[in-house]
Write a protein that binds this ligand. Structure first.
Ligand SMILES: CC(=O)N[C@H]1[C@@H](OP(=O)(O)OP(=O)(O)OC[C@H]2O[C@@H](n3ccc(=O)[nH]c3=O)[C@H](O)[C@@H]2O)O[C@H](CO)[C@@H](O)[C@@H]1O[C@H](C)C(=O)N[C@@H](C)C(=O)N[C@H](CCC(=O)O)C(=O)O
Ligand SMILES: Nc1ncnc2c1ncn2[C@@H]1O[C@H](COP(=O)(O)OP(=O)(O)OP(=O)(O)O)[C@@H](O)[C@H]1O
Ligand SMILES: N[C@H](CCC[C@H](N)C(=O)O)C(=O)O
Ligand SMILES: [Mg+2]
Length: 487
């Protein structure tokens, strides 16, 4: 593709306009002969420092947002990240015709998984993309990020559309939105789940985190497009005013929802009976998922399917067959009649919600095994320690992904919060496998165990190395089962 077609807004000399470009990258290490290099001012480094490396590998031009001496010609743009996203969308032009972007602190992975299942059940060629990778009827392919960088993202969209995917449900992380990863995506609708503390290692404060999410509605959607909002979220009124200001069409769902009103919710052991109203029609649904938050996520997904044009009665009829996303309140086994769950709660609000959901199932003790990741928000550690100790009966603090941090110091910060609530409830077992084994070994009738924080993850990051590790596999081993025998 010609440079002039990739950067239509840029002021290009005629000699540059017709330059043939064979690929794009913001990473000099991925540059091949004939590529266009985008120099991004990043969080750790400045891409311009790698322009000569890119040139040595064959870059024919550099796109940057400030002037610098550069051996291949330098093209100045106001926003290099956005220019990259728009160029990637032109270079890989095909996209599914229906694309739903889902944002919010918690529930994104679950909502996109549910929406994919609803669309598939209704006969659409559907896929989901996010923390657990790209999932379609061919299976799951994991990626490194929840919202991939723009070049990888548009490769995925183009190849997916080429395979016949018409419907894509996609997670929009706050970092992805802020870093313009999604600026070339032709989104047709969106959703907002909820808002609580997360990513404070990156955003300066909660307000900046909130505003990063709002850019999805302000910059990535067009007026008139539908946005499904969980009306029961504390943040819903603020989000709705952002939507109104932008001329977007709100669809509210939940107990306070108008589009889909949740009239009644009766929790059973591992499912939830729902009574809903949509346009004066009532529906009774047996949702095969436990927990009020899974009901919220399912209603957001149903709202998205309806907003995308599917018939409401058909959409509601699919809900009784939904399966949870891997590692989200996943029942992985039982010991002496005590159920064992693996969950991805790695932030305070999620941990509180999951323990509150499990509390009624515990005739005996509610036991939680968890830790916190290194190189992430340090402030959440004592908060999660305190929440676990308030909501559970037994708290075993262990390692999550320590990354570059001292794992003992992470555990100590969690325990400090726990001990302020009740020093007798919390203990520490550094090795995650030993912690899980010990918790499983102690289970008795009526107890409930949840292993939280790593969900679907298949590795544990210690220093710069990722060691194979799966909470599900460790539970299975502790139960003396092969993983495939487990629920
Ligand atoms: C903090 C953060 O989000 N960083 C992301 C960001 O990096 P950055 O732009 O700040 O890059 P940088 O490291 O400062 O480097 C600057 C530039 O120099 C380039 N470079 C660097 C070295 C070199 O030799 N040559 C070279 O050209 C880099 O490619 C980059 O373009 O853009 C990169 C390309 O898109 C991402 O890979 C990178 O994700 C890092 C690895 C990451 O861990 N991000 C996590 C925190 C993240 O984004 N998480 C969210 C939320 C998860 C959720 O809640 O579910 C996600 O969407 O996954
Ligand atoms: N609607 C919700 N409200 C509160 N907590 C939730 C909700 N949905 C899920 N959770 C909790 O958050 C965890 C993560 O859920 P999920 O993966 O669906 O969210 P996410 O937004 O994709 O999170 P992440 O940003 O970590 O990828 C779950 O394991 C559960 O503990
Ligand atoms: N997307 C989240 C995942 C955290 C999962 C948890 N296991 C950890 O490593 O902290 C993050 O990068 O903050
Ligand atoms: Mg996710």
């Amino acid at each position: 593709m010609r440079l002039g077609e990739l950067l239509p807004g840029a002021d290009l000399a005629p000699s540059l306009r017709d330059l043939e470009i064979s690929g794009l990258s913001a990473d000099s290490r991925a540059i091949k002969p004939g590529y266009l290099f985008f120099a991004i001012p990043g969080h750790k480094g400045d891409g311009l420092d790698f322009a000569s490396d890119a040139a040595a590998r064959g870059a024919v031009a550099v796109v940057a947002q400030r002037v610098a001496a550069s051996a291949p010609p330098l093209i100045l743009v106001p926003d290099a990240r956005r220019a990259l996203a728009l160029a990637a969308a032109r270079f890989h032009p095909r996209q599914p015709t229906t694309i739903a972007l889902v944002t919010g602190t918690s529930g994104k992975t679950s909502v996109v998984a549910f929406l994919r299942q609803i669309w598939q059940a209704l006969g659409h060629e559907a896929a989901s993309l996010g923390t657990i990778g790209l999932v379609d009827k061919a299976g799951a392919r994991y990626g490194a990020l929840t919202t991939p960088g723009p070049v990888e993202l548009h490769e995925i969209l183009d190849a997916g559309a080429g395979r016949g995917i018409t419907h894509l449900a996609m997670e929009a992380s706050s970092l992805g939105v802020e870093q313009r990863r999604l600026d070339g995506v032709k989104a047709t609708l969106a959703a907002f789940t909820n808002f609580s503390r997360d990513h404070l290692d990156h955003h300066p404060d909660l307000e900046a985190y909130f505003q990063a999410k709002m850019r999805l509605f302000e910059a990535l959607l067009r007026p008139g497009q539908p946005v499904v909002v969980d009306a029961d979220s504390d943040a819903a009124p603020r989000v709705l005013s952002v939507l109104r200001a932008r001329g977007l069409e709100p669809f509210t769902v939940g107990a306070k929802g108008e589009t889909i009103a949740l009239l009644e919710m009766r929790p059973r052991a591992l499912s939830t009976a729902l009574r809903l109203r949509h346009e004066n029609q009532e529906y009774e649904i047996e949702l095969p998922l436990a927990g009020a938050f899974q009901t919220s996520n399912a209603l957001v997904a149903a709202g998205l399917a309806i907003a995308s044009g599917d018939a409401p009665a058909r959409v509601f009829s699919t809900l009784s067959r939904l399966r949870g996303a891997p590692g989200r309140l996943e029942l992985v086994g039982e010991k002496n009649g005590a159920p064992i769950f693996v969950d991805y709660a790695h932030k305070p609000d999620a941990l509180e919600k999951v323990l509150q959901v499990l509390r009624p199932l515990a005739q005996g003790r509610l036991i939680v095994v968890f830790g916190c990741g290194g190189d992430r928000d340090q402030g959440k550690r004592p908060l999660m320690g305190a929440i676990a100790t308030r909501e559970a009966d037994v708290v075993i603090v262990t390692d999550d992904n320590p990354r570059s941090e001292d794992a003992a110091a992470i555990r100590a910060a969690i325990l400090a919060g726990a001990r302020e609530v009740d020093p007798a409830k919390a203990s520490e077992i550094a090795d995650r496998e030993n912690a899980i084994r010990s918790a499983v070994a102690g289970l008795g009738l009526g107890d409930v165990l949840v292993v939280a924080g790593k969900g679907h993850e298949t590795g544990q990051i210690v220093g710069g190395t990722t060691y194979p590790f799966s909470d599900q596999d460790v539970v299975a081993k502790a139960l003396g089962l092969n993983r495939k025998d487990v629920a």
